[in-house]
Design a protein around this ligand. Structure first.
Ligand code: G3P
Ligand code: MG
Length: 239
């Protein structure tokens, strides 16, 4: 049966990438949580999707140009404004405190496609090691150089290549680069594509699976893990 991961936490119902969304995902019993990590001006690891804070908070500016203190003054509830009080941008450390004693798998997406955030891989891995949760992490990134840097620093931590493109032989591409997981956009998956990735020996973790019919279709194809905004729907369908 496909594993169930909450995308940006339980983001279909709560403000994305906030502690509230992560807590609610844990409460309903997901197998894992996907989240997005950027680096602040003062080199702190924070959880937010965009490079710019504008869409998800009540502020504006780039994460890379702001200190943690400045970012902490913002309310990251903009996707559900007024419904759940004030929800600050979480640090990765705050998130690890929440899940460190659970079985939750964390898919850390390093958001290095626009700004590479020199040192983000090392800083993230240092923190994972500090918490001793190496076996409960999957790294992913659309920047495949980032994924390879993670391998260089900590080959024991599982990693995946993200893609939103319709690639030929993505399983082969992934396996040949010593990466264990394919993280394709779910729309690009057919049975043939799924079988290619599995034949190459890859685990398939696909996103962003929100509709009931997609949950059924992808699960029936044997996809290993579905990452979606409504983990409640996946639990209802698959368990
Ligand atoms: O990691 C899966 C998915 O989150 C990738 O796209 O834009 O939602 O971070 P995005
Ligand atoms: Mg993401």
């Amino acid at each position: 049966m496909s594993k169930i991961f909450a995308h940006r936490g339980f983001s279909g119902k709560y403000p994305e990438n906030t502690m509230l969304a992560f807590q609610k995902a844990v409460e309903i019993g997901v197998d894992g949580i996907e989240l997005d990590v950027h680096l602040t001006k003062d080199n702190e690891l924070v959880i937010i999707h965009d490079e710019d804070v504008k869409r998800t908070t009540d502020g504006e500016g780039l994460v890379k140009d702001m200190t943690l203190e400045e970012l902490k003054k913002l309310d990251a509830s903009a996707t559900f404004v007024g419904q759940y009080g004030v929800n600050p941008i979480p640090t990765l450390r705050e998130y690890f405190e929440l899940v460190k004693d659970t079985d939750i798998i964390t898919n850390i997406e390093l958001k290095t496609s626009v700004y590479e955030y020199h040192t983000i891989e090392k800083r993230t891995i240092d923190m994972i090691k500090e918490f001793g949760i190496e076996d409960k992490i999957i790294f992913s990134s659309f920047n495949h150089f980032t994924v390879k840097r993670c391998e260089e620093i900590a080959p024991e931590i599982k990693r995946g290549f993200l893609t939103g493109d319709w690639l030929v032989d993505f399983g082969k591409y992934t396996k040949e680069r010593n990466v264990q997981c394919c993280h394709p956009w779910h729309v690009s998956l057919s049975q043939e594509v799924v079988d290619e990735m599995h034949a190459a020996g890859c685990e398939i973790n696909t996103w962003t699976v929100n509709e009931y019919e997609d949950i059924e279709r992808l699960s029936a194809m044997g996809v290993d893990c579905l990452i979606g905004n409504f983990p409640d729907r996946m639990i209802e369908k698959l368990r």
